[in-house]
Ligand binder design. Sequence first.
Ligand SMILES: CC(C)(COP(=O)(O)OP(=O)(O)OC[C@H]1O[C@@H](n2cnc3c(N)ncnc32)[C@H](O)[C@@H]1OP(=O)(O)O)[C@@H](O)C(=O)NCCC(=O)NCCS
Length: 152
Amino acid sequence: MTTHDTFRSPTTLRVGTWAELGTDAQAVRSAVFVVEQGIPAELEWDAADAGALHVVACADGVPVATGRWLTSDEPGVVRVGRMAVLAAHRGGGLGRRVLDALIDAARAAGHATVMLHAQESAIGFYDRAGFEAVGPSFVEAGIVHQEMRRRI
Ligand SMILES: CC(C)(COP(=O)(O)OP(=O)(O)OC[C@H]1O[C@@H](n2cnc3c(N)ncnc32)[C@H](O)[C@@H]1OP(=O)(O)O)[C@@H](O)C(=O)NCCC(=O)NCCS
Protein backbone atom coordinates (compact mmCIF):
# COMPACT_ATOMS: atom_id res chain seq x y z
CA MET A 1 0.00 0.00 0.00
CA THR A 2 1.24 3.51 -0.76
CA THR A 3 0.27 6.69 1.07
CA HIS A 4 0.31 10.25 -0.29
CA ASP A 5 0.20 13.19 2.11
CA THR A 6 -0.37 16.68 0.78
CA PHE A 7 0.30 20.12 2.18
CA ARG A 8 -3.04 21.43 0.89
CA SER A 9 -5.24 19.71 3.47
CA PRO A 10 -5.13 17.07 6.20
CA THR A 11 -6.48 14.60 3.63
CA THR A 12 -4.49 11.42 3.08
CA LEU A 13 -4.84 9.22 0.00
CA ARG A 14 -4.05 5.52 0.25
CA VAL A 15 -3.73 3.12 -2.68
CA GLY A 16 -4.02 -0.58 -1.92
CA THR A 17 -5.84 -3.88 -1.94
CA TRP A 18 -9.28 -4.77 -0.62
CA ALA A 19 -7.60 -6.50 2.32
CA GLU A 20 -5.87 -3.21 3.17
CA LEU A 21 -8.63 -0.71 2.38
CA GLY A 22 -11.89 -2.66 2.18
CA THR A 23 -13.30 -1.66 5.56
CA ASP A 24 -12.80 2.06 4.87
CA ALA A 25 -14.00 1.82 1.25
CA GLN A 26 -17.11 -0.02 2.36
CA ALA A 27 -17.98 2.70 4.89
CA VAL A 28 -17.95 5.40 2.19
CA ARG A 29 -19.73 3.32 -0.44
CA SER A 30 -22.45 2.27 1.98
CA ALA A 31 -23.15 5.90 2.95
CA VAL A 32 -23.21 7.14 -0.67
CA PHE A 33 -24.68 4.33 -2.74
CA VAL A 34 -26.85 2.38 -0.30
CA VAL A 35 -28.04 5.08 2.14
CA GLU A 36 -27.99 8.23 -0.07
CA GLN A 37 -28.85 6.75 -3.48
CA GLY A 38 -30.97 3.81 -2.29
CA ILE A 39 -29.10 1.24 -4.37
CA PRO A 40 -29.76 -2.25 -2.91
CA ALA A 41 -26.75 -3.39 -0.86
CA GLU A 42 -26.60 -6.66 -2.81
CA LEU A 43 -25.95 -4.68 -6.03
CA GLU A 44 -23.26 -2.60 -4.34
CA TRP A 45 -20.97 -5.46 -3.20
CA ASP A 46 -19.42 -7.79 -5.75
CA ALA A 47 -16.63 -10.34 -6.03
CA ALA A 48 -14.52 -7.93 -8.13
CA ASP A 49 -13.46 -6.01 -5.02
CA ALA A 50 -11.03 -8.77 -4.05
CA GLY A 51 -8.99 -8.34 -7.24
CA ALA A 52 -9.40 -4.58 -7.69
CA LEU A 53 -7.00 -1.75 -6.89
CA HIS A 54 -8.61 0.62 -4.37
CA VAL A 55 -8.06 4.24 -3.34
CA VAL A 56 -9.38 5.67 -0.08
CA ALA A 57 -9.11 9.29 1.03
CA CYS A 58 -9.28 10.05 4.74
CA ALA A 59 -9.87 13.48 6.27
CA ASP A 60 -8.55 13.70 9.81
CA GLY A 61 -8.38 9.90 9.84
CA VAL A 62 -11.99 9.36 8.74
CA PRO A 63 -12.65 7.74 5.32
CA VAL A 64 -14.49 10.25 3.10
CA ALA A 65 -13.88 9.19 -0.52
CA THR A 66 -13.08 6.07 -2.48
CA GLY A 67 -12.85 4.44 -5.91
CA ARG A 68 -11.46 1.31 -7.54
CA TRP A 69 -10.31 -0.12 -10.85
CA LEU A 70 -10.18 -3.65 -12.18
CA THR A 71 -8.77 -5.16 -15.33
CA SER A 72 -11.20 -5.86 -18.16
CA ASP A 73 -11.44 -8.40 -20.96
CA GLU A 74 -9.76 -5.84 -23.25
CA PRO A 75 -5.95 -5.85 -23.02
CA GLY A 76 -4.60 -2.59 -21.59
CA VAL A 77 -8.04 -1.35 -20.52
CA VAL A 78 -9.03 -0.99 -16.86
CA ARG A 79 -12.49 -0.20 -15.58
CA VAL A 80 -12.90 2.44 -12.87
CA GLY A 81 -15.91 2.16 -10.62
CA ARG A 82 -17.52 2.74 -7.22
CA MET A 83 -16.33 6.38 -7.19
CA ALA A 84 -17.87 8.00 -4.13
CA VAL A 85 -17.26 11.10 -2.02
CA LEU A 86 -19.31 11.72 1.14
CA ALA A 87 -21.84 14.49 0.45
CA ALA A 88 -20.30 16.89 2.98
CA HIS A 89 -16.90 16.61 1.24
CA ARG A 90 -17.98 17.15 -2.39
CA GLY A 91 -16.97 20.06 -4.57
CA GLY A 92 -13.50 20.49 -3.08
CA GLY A 93 -11.49 18.47 -5.57
CA LEU A 94 -11.42 15.23 -3.58
CA GLY A 95 -13.20 13.14 -6.21
CA ARG A 96 -10.69 14.34 -8.81
CA ARG A 97 -7.77 13.46 -6.53
CA VAL A 98 -9.12 9.93 -6.03
CA LEU A 99 -9.69 9.56 -9.78
CA ASP A 100 -6.19 10.88 -10.55
CA ALA A 101 -4.65 8.43 -8.06
CA LEU A 102 -6.53 5.55 -9.70
CA ILE A 103 -5.35 6.67 -13.15
CA ASP A 104 -1.74 7.09 -11.95
CA ALA A 105 -1.80 3.54 -10.53
CA ALA A 106 -3.28 2.15 -13.76
CA ARG A 107 -0.61 3.89 -15.84
CA ALA A 108 2.13 2.64 -13.51
CA ALA A 109 0.78 -0.89 -13.94
CA GLY A 110 1.22 -0.53 -17.72
CA HIS A 111 -2.38 0.05 -18.77
CA ALA A 112 -3.24 2.48 -21.58
CA THR A 113 -6.96 3.22 -21.29
CA VAL A 114 -9.48 3.78 -18.49
CA MET A 115 -13.16 3.13 -19.12
CA LEU A 116 -16.14 3.46 -16.79
CA HIS A 117 -19.91 3.53 -16.62
CA ALA A 118 -20.76 7.04 -15.41
CA GLN A 119 -24.01 7.78 -13.65
CA GLU A 120 -25.79 10.44 -15.73
CA SER A 121 -25.38 13.01 -12.94
CA ALA A 122 -21.60 12.41 -12.85
CA ILE A 123 -20.90 12.67 -16.61
CA GLY A 124 -19.72 16.27 -16.17
CA PHE A 125 -17.25 15.20 -13.48
CA TYR A 126 -15.60 12.66 -15.80
CA ASP A 127 -15.80 15.09 -18.73
CA ARG A 128 -13.75 17.58 -16.68
CA ALA A 129 -11.18 14.80 -16.16
CA GLY A 130 -10.80 14.20 -19.91
CA PHE A 131 -13.16 11.27 -20.43
CA GLU A 132 -15.27 11.02 -23.59
CA ALA A 133 -18.69 9.38 -24.00
CA VAL A 134 -18.76 6.17 -26.05
CA GLY A 135 -22.04 4.75 -27.42
CA PRO A 136 -25.61 5.24 -26.17
CA SER A 137 -26.66 5.60 -22.53
CA PHE A 138 -28.22 2.63 -20.73
CA VAL A 139 -29.86 1.74 -17.39
CA GLU A 140 -27.87 -0.08 -14.67
CA ALA A 141 -29.15 -0.58 -11.09
CA GLY A 142 -32.14 1.58 -12.06
CA ILE A 143 -29.90 4.56 -12.91
CA VAL A 144 -29.07 5.96 -16.38
CA HIS A 145 -25.37 5.43 -17.17
CA GLN A 146 -23.01 6.38 -19.98
CA GLU A 147 -19.84 4.53 -20.97
CA MET A 148 -16.86 6.90 -21.01
CA ARG A 149 -13.20 6.38 -21.87
CA ARG A 150 -9.86 8.14 -21.57
CA ARG A 151 -6.40 7.20 -22.79
CA ILE A 152 -3.84 7.60 -19.99
C1 LIG B 1 -19.21 12.44 -8.65
C2 LIG B 1 -18.35 12.67 -7.39
C3 LIG B 1 -17.44 11.47 -7.16
C4 LIG B 1 -17.49 13.93 -7.63
O1 LIG B 1 -16.65 14.16 -6.49
P1 LIG B 1 -16.31 15.66 -6.00
O2 LIG B 1 -15.28 15.57 -4.95
O3 LIG B 1 -17.55 16.38 -5.66
O4 LIG B 1 -15.71 16.29 -7.34
P2 LIG B 1 -14.52 17.36 -7.45
O5 LIG B 1 -14.74 18.44 -6.45
O6 LIG B 1 -13.21 16.66 -7.42
O7 LIG B 1 -14.77 17.95 -8.93
C5 LIG B 1 -13.76 17.96 -9.93
C6 LIG B 1 -14.31 18.77 -11.11
O8 LIG B 1 -15.51 18.14 -11.61
C7 LIG B 1 -16.62 19.02 -11.50
N1 LIG B 1 -17.77 18.24 -11.04
C8 LIG B 1 -17.87 17.53 -9.90
N2 LIG B 1 -19.04 16.88 -9.85
C9 LIG B 1 -19.68 17.20 -10.99
C10 LIG B 1 -20.95 16.84 -11.52
N3 LIG B 1 -21.78 16.00 -10.86
N4 LIG B 1 -21.32 17.35 -12.74
C11 LIG B 1 -20.48 18.18 -13.40
N5 LIG B 1 -19.25 18.54 -12.95
C12 LIG B 1 -18.88 18.07 -11.76
C13 LIG B 1 -16.21 20.06 -10.47
O9 LIG B 1 -16.90 21.27 -10.68
C14 LIG B 1 -14.72 20.18 -10.74
O10 LIG B 1 -14.54 20.98 -11.88
P3 LIG B 1 -13.22 21.90 -12.11
O11 LIG B 1 -12.16 20.94 -12.55
O12 LIG B 1 -13.64 22.84 -13.17
O13 LIG B 1 -12.92 22.54 -10.80
C15 LIG B 1 -19.24 12.95 -6.14
O14 LIG B 1 -20.12 14.00 -6.43
C16 LIG B 1 -20.06 11.74 -5.68
O15 LIG B 1 -19.58 10.92 -4.90
N6 LIG B 1 -21.32 11.68 -6.13
C17 LIG B 1 -22.23 10.62 -5.69
C18 LIG B 1 -21.81 9.24 -6.18
C19 LIG B 1 -21.60 9.23 -7.67
O16 LIG B 1 -22.35 9.78 -8.44
N7 LIG B 1 -20.51 8.53 -8.07
C20 LIG B 1 -20.17 8.38 -9.46
C21 LIG B 1 -20.75 7.12 -9.96
S1 LIG B 1 -20.36 6.90 -11.66
